[in-house]
Design a protein around this ligand. Structure first.
Ligand code: DC
Length: 225
């Protein structure tokens, strides 16, 4: 059976993961958060005191890393690093910077490619990331580029961090988002960009419910579901 693949790309804080997870639940598809995979590799760099921008050093540790996605009883994706559940730890702001650095390395991207493609061969997926529609699943049935203004994204991230009990000042969060946007769009390996055939969805002026409806509408229109 051919699977249905929904690729959602966009900058950090655009609400991709929350929206993609909700859309996947609505459709009965598997939700794959690829950022969590890069975060797990970023965490391993920090744990081993390896410079996350050092391609040679990272290439050396990759073979010893066991990065696994597992789904718990409620269908939530959990990340395991060498058998240990790191799902909460990878959300620390410090790990965002490590993830961004390791994700710029071609050796890391190549190493994680097959894991992502295999999931999409076996399941109907809603997969979110930065290069899903452009590189990982170039033949995806549906491609969406989900974005919002940097300020709106920073406001949303602030609320999320507060909810997690790790609040940060707005200006710091905004600067972090702008820095990451710059790195993610200017790196040589699979830079963040909208695939020509992707549908643009800007949620700056939309609340969660409206964004989800718009997202599902695009998916239904493209797949006939
Ligand atoms: O979406 P996120 O913030 O959890 O992603 C963490 C980092 O990983 C971010 O800097 C971009 C990078 N990333 C990537 O390069 N490619 C993906 N498919 C997903 C995330």
């Amino acid at each position: 059976m051919n699977t249905i693949r929904v690729a959602i790309d966009g900058p950090s804080g655009a609400g991709k993961s929350t929206l993609a997870r909700a859309a996947a639940a609505d459709l009965g598809f598997l939700y794959v958060d690829t950022g969590a995979i890069y975060r797990t590799v970023g965490l391993s760099a920090r744990n081993r005191a390896v410079d996350p921008g050092d391609e040679v050093a990272m290439a050396k540790i990759l073979p010893s890393l066991q990065v696994e996605l597992r789904y718990d009883g409620t269908g939530q994706q959990r990340m395991y690093l060498n058998g240990q559940d790191v799902s909460e730890e990878i959300r620390l702001p410090e790990i965002s910077r490590y993830a961004s650095a390791v994700s710029a390395l071609p050796v890391v991207r190549a190493y994680l490619m097959e894991t992502q493609r295999e999931l999409a061969r076996k399941h109907n997926v809603v997969m979110d990331g930065r290069d899903i529609g452009t590189v990982v699943l170039p033949d995806a049935e549906v491609k969406i580029f989900l974005t919002a203004s940097a300020r709106v994204r920073a406001e949303r991230r602030c609320r999320e961090l507060e909810g997690r009990g790790t609040p940060q000042p707005f200006e710091e969060v905004l600067r972090d988002i702008e820095d990451r946007d710059f790195r993610d769009t200017h790196r040589e390996a699979a830079p963040l960009r909208k695939a020509a055939e992707a549908t643009l969805l800007d949620t700056s002026a939309m609340d969660f419910q409206r964004s989800l409806e718009a997202l599902l509408e695009i998916i239904r229109e493209r797949t006939g579901l």
